[in-house]
Design a protein around this ligand. Structure first.
Ligand SMILES: *Cc1c(COP(=O)(O)O)cnc(C)c1O
Length: 301
């Protein structure tokens, strides 16, 4: 049995895979098990932001794995605190909650927004958005094809047309506690938000005590030449979600929030077994420091 037969026989039928299997990677190249080299434009779906087998990532994994991989959030975690401080220093947020994926980061954001909103529970998202595959984040995702067959999906989402301010206002109602947006939609086509559109929804949200949740799972970590895509706009989001490139290949997610929003969480409101473990957060800190210490953002630009 070759790997293609073995994989089709034993793994769940959730992916339409290209018939290629990689053995190793270095920098921008991937190598298959026949020795062919491939220029990697996919980067693991916006994950491998320092390329493959980067020394910074490999060394951080090896050194941290020898010391401590996991302890749980019942204890203080130095590596987690350091990564949180770095994310706060490089963003408009004050507090960080760590998890393990993008969908989980958005779940945390949705839970926080509903707690903060008190009696207001609805979240407005946009057509062609993508926010994840859990039963709630696929409800947030404004694309019917991801939702079909999984009903009943989580209630409390309305969808507006991207870059259409009149449609945005027409979808507003008094139950809305948050607006969730990607400044550049990734999975729904590469759709960039207009500066004027962002300015109007930002002002409207501020005036009406509606939170702005900025999904930077794909656009964050310097992929737009700013560390976060929101920095290209006149906007400081209340909540930011991150994953994909956050530890350049090691699974991790994070939800960042301003203090006045984050304080809606109290011990027991939310949690994660693996979230913020020493291994993933150590790698993340090393990646963030590497980006800023080596002028990577000007290179991206
Ligand atoms: C990939 C992605 C997600 C989901 O992340 P997972 O780690 O696959 O759960 C959410 N939002 C955006 C914008 C994404 O690109």
């Amino acid at each position: 049995m070759d790997v293609f037969e073995q994989s089709d026989k034993y793994t769940a039928n959730t992916y339409k895979r290209a018939k290629v299997c990689f053995d190793h990677g270095k920098g921008i190249y991937l190598y298959d098990n026949n020795g062919n080299a491939y220029l990697d434009f996919l980067a693991g779906i916006a994950v491998n932001i320092l390329g493959h087998s980067h020394d910074i990532v490999v060394n951080a994994i090896c050194e941290q794995a020898k010391k401590l991989i996991h302890v749980s959030n019942l204890y203080y975690i130095k590596e987690q605190a350091e990564a949180a401080q770095l994310l706060v220093e490089h963003s408009c947020a004050d507090k960080v909650f760590f998890c393990n994926s993008g969908a989980e980061a958005n779940e945390a954001a949705i839970k926080l927004a509903r707690l903060y909103g008190k009696s207001k529970k609805t979240i407005l998202t946009f057509e062609h958005s993508f926010h994840g595959r859990t039963i709630t984040t696929l409800a947030a995702t404004g694309q019917k094809k991801y939702q079909e067959g999984f009903e009943p999906i989580t209630q409390g989402f309305v969808y507006a047309k991207f870059n259409d301010i009149d449609d945005f206002y027409s979808k507003m109602n008094p139950d809305i506690c948050a607006v969730m947006i990607e400044f550049i939609q990734g999975e729904g086509g590469i759709n960039q938000a207009d500066a004027q559109f962002i300015k109007e929804i930002t002002d409207y949200c501020q005036k009406n005590d509606i939170l702005l949740i900025d999904d930077e799972i794909q656009t964050g970590m310097g992929r737009t030449s700013k560390f976060f895509a929101y920095e290209m706009y006149d906007c400081k989001p209340d909540i930011i979600t991150l994953a994909k490139g956050l530890a350049a290949g090691v699974p991790i997610g994070a939800m960042l929030a301003k203090d006045y929003v984050a304080s809606a969480f109290t011990p027991g409101s939310h949690g994660s077994t693996f979230g913020g473990n020493p291994l993933a957060t150590k790698v993340s800190s090393e990646v963030i420091n590497f980006i800023f210490n080596n002028n990577i953002l000007s290179h991206v630009k």
